[in-house]
Design a protein around this ligand. Structure first.
Ligand SMILES: NC(=O)c1ccc[n+]([C@@H]2O[C@H](COP(=O)([O-])OP(=O)(O)OC[C@H]3O[C@@H](n4cnc5c(N)ncnc54)[C@H](O)[C@@H]3O)[C@@H](O)[C@H]2O)c1
Length: 321
C-alpha cells in the first residue's frame, strides 16, 4: 500500500488500537474515530491509544460514527483513501437488553459511513463482521452457507454486511467484509471469556462457565486479525474488493471452554475452580471457520496458535491488565 490516509473507526477499541499501530508501523497516516463508548472503561480505551498518539502520522477524532456532519468534515479535512470500519457496540449478551441501540450504532452507523465513503470514492472499505452471523450453522462455517443470526448483535452485524454488498453493487464501492472469529490477546475486551477467566484465576475466584464446558470457539489472535484487515486494505485485498467478498478470519480450529481453561491454568500456574451457569441465550454452541477463501483471496493465514496466544495475553494481563 502506498503512503495514504486510512480512516479507522473504533480506533480506541481492542482490535482498532492494534490496527492503528500496525498501519502506522507500515508507514500509513491514520485518522482514528471513536466516541469512547462506556460499554467498558473509556479510560482503558484512552490507554489503548497511548502508542498511536505518539506518532505524528496519527490523528484522533472524538465523535460518533452516526454523526453525518462530523463524517463529512472528517472526509473533507483528512481525505482518507481507505476505511476500516470497526466502530460498533459489541457483545452478544448485552445486545439482548438493547436491540434498538445495537441496530442504531451497528447498522445506521455503517450505512452513514458507507454513504460518505462511496461519495468520496475511497479505494477500499473493510467492514469487520462477526462469526456470530452463522448462528447454529453447519461446521466448519463456510461463507456461502445461509447466515442464521441468533442475537440482535449478530443480526445487526449481518445487516451491515448486506449494506456493504448493496453499496458495492450500486456504486462499485470496493468492499471487503471480514467475519472475525472470537479475537483475543493483549488489550482484549474485559467481557470476553479469555479475559474474564484470566481475571478470575488470578483473583482466585471461581470461573463462570455457561453451559457444561463443551461449548467451543474458533479463537483468533489479535495480530492475525489485524494482519487480515491490513491485507484487505492493501494491494492483497484487490481481488476480494473487486467482488465485494465476505471472508472468514479465524484459526480453523475449534477449542472447547474446558480446553481453554486448561491453557489458562498452564499460562498462569493456577488451578481453576469452575462455576457452571445455564447456557446464555443468543450464544452459539460452537464456531469453527473454514479459512480457505481468506488464504486464497488475501494470501493470509494465521500464525499464532492458542497456547502461544494465551501465554502472550497472560504476560500482558499480569503487567497491565
Ligand atoms: N473481539 C472480537 O472477538 C470480535 C469478533 C467479531 C467481530 N468483531 C468486530 O470487530 C470490531 C471491533 O471489536 P472490538 O472487540 O475491538 O470491540 P471494542 O469495543 O474494543 O471496540 C469498538 C470501538 O468502537 C467504539 N464505538 C462504539 N460505538 C461507537 C460510535 N457510535 N461511534 C464511534 N465509535 C464507537 C467503542 O468506543 C470502541 O472503542 C467490532 O465491529 C466488532 O463487532 C470483534
Amino acid at each position: 500500500m502506498s503512503r495514504s490516509t486510512v480512516l479507522v473507526t473504533g480506533a480506541a477499541g481492542f482490535i482498532g488500537s492494534h490496527l492503528c499501530e500496525a498501519l502506522l508501523a507500515a508507514g500509513q497516516r491514520v485518522v482514528g474515530l471513536d466516541n469512547f463508548d462506556p460499554y467498558y472503561s473509556p479510560a482503558r480505551k484512552r490507554r489503548n491509544l497511548a502508542a498511536a498518539l505518539q506518532s505524528e502520522a496519527f490523528r484522533l477524532v472524538e465523535g460518533d460514527v452516526r454523526d453525518q456532519g462530523l463524517l463529512a468534515r472528517l472526509f473533507e479535512e483528512h481525505q482518507p483513501e481507505a476505511v476500516a470500519h470497526l466502530a460498533a457496540r459489541p457483545g452478544v449478551r448485552a445486545s439482548l437488553a438493547d436491540p434498538l441501540g445495537y441496530a442504531q450504532v451497528n447498522v445506521q452507523g455503517t450505512i452513514g459511513l458507507l454513504a460518505v465513503s462511496a461519495r468520496a470514492g475511497v479505494s477500499r472499505f473493510v467492514y469487520t463482521s462477526s462469526s456470530s452471523v452463522y448462528g447454529a450453522g453447519l461446521l466448519p462455517f463456510e461463507e456461502d452457507q445461509p447466515p442464521s443470526p441468533l442475537s440482535p448483535y449478530a443480526v445487526a452485524k449481518y445487516a451491515g454486511e448486506l449494506y456493504c454488498r448493496t453499496f458495492h453493487g450500486l456504486y462499485d464501492l470496493p468492499v471487503v467484509c471480514l467475519r472475525l472469529f472470537t479475537v483475543y490477546g493483549p488489550r482484549m475486551r474485559p467481557d470476553l471469556a479469555v479475559a474474564k477467566f484470566a481475571r478470575a484465576l488470578l483473583a482466585e475466584e471461581a470461573l463462570p462457565i455457561y453451559g457444561d464446558g463443551t461449548a467451543a470457539r474458533d479463537f483468533t489472535y489479535v495480530a492475525d486479525a489485524v494482519a487480515a484487515i491490513q491485507a484487505a486494505l492493501g494491494d492483497q485485498g484487490e481481488q476480494a474488493a473487486r467482488v465485494g467478498a465476505v471472508l472468514n478470519i479465524g484459526s480453523g480450529v475449534a477449542t472447547t471452554v474446558q480446553e481453554l481453561v486448561g491453557l489458562l491454568e498452564e499460562a498462569t500456574g493456577r488451578r481453576a475452580r469452575l462455576h457452571f451457569e445455564p447456557p446464555a441465550a443468543g450464544e452459539v454452541a460452537c464456531t469453527c471457520a473454514s479459512i480457505e477463501r481468506a488464504r486464497r483471496l488475501l494470501a493470509w493465514q494465521p500464525h499464532t496458535d492458542l497456547r502461544e496466544g494465551v501465554a502472550q495475553f497472560v504476560t500482558w494481563y499480569e503487567a497491565e491488565g
